[in-house]
Structure formats: structure tokens, C-alpha cells
Design a protein. Sequence first.
Length: 241
Amino acid sequence: MASLFKDEEIIEEETGRDFAIQLEYQPQYHISGFGKGNLHIITQEEPNTIYPSDWGLIPKFAFEDPDSFKKKYNTLNARSESVFKSNTYKDSALNQRCLILVDGFFEPHHYKNKSQPYYCYLKGKPLFAFAGIYTALDDQLFSTALITVPANELFEKVHNKKKRMPLVLDSTFTETWIDSSNNQKHIEELMRVGFTLQEIKVHPVSNDLYKHDKETNTASILEPVPHLDPEMDDSRTSLFD
């Protein structure tokens, strides 16, 4: 789950790119891979344009029946350690990488058999990019998956069950990620060292995020709530505190 609530003009200014479909973009406080909202991506093939994309990669071998593929497989995330070993992801990892534009994301924290979502963002809440991969189903229809990597010190505490985190690209690596000249060795190195060096902040938010009958595309969904886990209620809510 992620958010992208910046104004369209700000996104175009900060990225130096235009939206492919003008007036299509709507700010989203809660983007879910299970049907709530599109991601927006900058592709390796058209690096000067921002496109909407379905979250959940459809590999080329599944183009004839993507709905059946989606019912069988969860392809929201691709693990960095195995992306080049997977028939689903390897072609995209080599030839179709993208920047997934967001200004925050959500991770689950588990405490005493309960899950509490945490909102994660860069200090100051600027726009940033996940490392992603994609396929183009047609000229303006894309599917994407974000790259995940083993959790660092902060996210071992936040995402304390699976201990994973999305590859939040440092700004020095965003353009490099979609450089078509990269080979597999270069891409593997980027997945290893490319995580941002900027300060990351986190705080717990309402469990309404998990409820299908609640409206979650509102600014209030990002407001802090009390920690369930008392060990999270200290200064270690920032990677560099």
C-alpha cells in the first residue's frame, strides 16, 4: 500500500515529466494493490512521460488471459534476491524497469497477534520513487511490481514479521535505475546499494486501512494514532534518530 497525494503540477515539476493522460491523475492517500487506485510510473522505454499502471505485474506469457493469471498469482512485489531467477519477472528486470512515484507507503507491524499499519515517508514528505519493473499490455496500459529488499535496521522493527521493505531509491540512483544500458550485474548492484540515504519517518495509522467498508482515500488516514507496541513508542521512529 502506498500514497501519492501531491498536486499534478508539483509532480510534473519535481520529476521534469508530463502526465501522459492529462486530467486523469487524482491525488490518492491510500493506493492498494487489491483494487484501490493506480500507481503512476516512469518507464524505461518512455522515460519522459508519467503513465498510470495497474499494481500487479502481468508477464508476457500471461497476456492472453491476464485475469486468470491475477486470480492465481500475487505479483505486487518482486524480491530482489530472486527476480532474475523468476520466469515472471526476469525479462522485465532486465529490459523494463520503471520508477514508481509515491510520497509514502504503509507497512504492517505485528504485536501480540495484532497487526497495526505504519505510514512511512521521507522527512518533509517529498516525492520519491520505488524501484519497479513493468510490462506494457498496450500503448497506454501497463502493469507493474515493486522491488523489495531485506529490511534495514528501521524496517526490521516496523515490518517485524516478514522483515522486508520496498526499494526506495536514493535520488542519486533514480535515473540510473531506468538506464537501458544496465546489464544484470549493474541492476543487481543497484538493488544492493540503491536504498535511500535520506531520513525516513514512520508512525502508526488507523486500522481502518484494513477494512473494506471504510473510506480510506482521505487525508485523515495518514494521521498518527497510538502505538500498540510500547517498544515502538520512542525516538526510534526514524532511521537516523
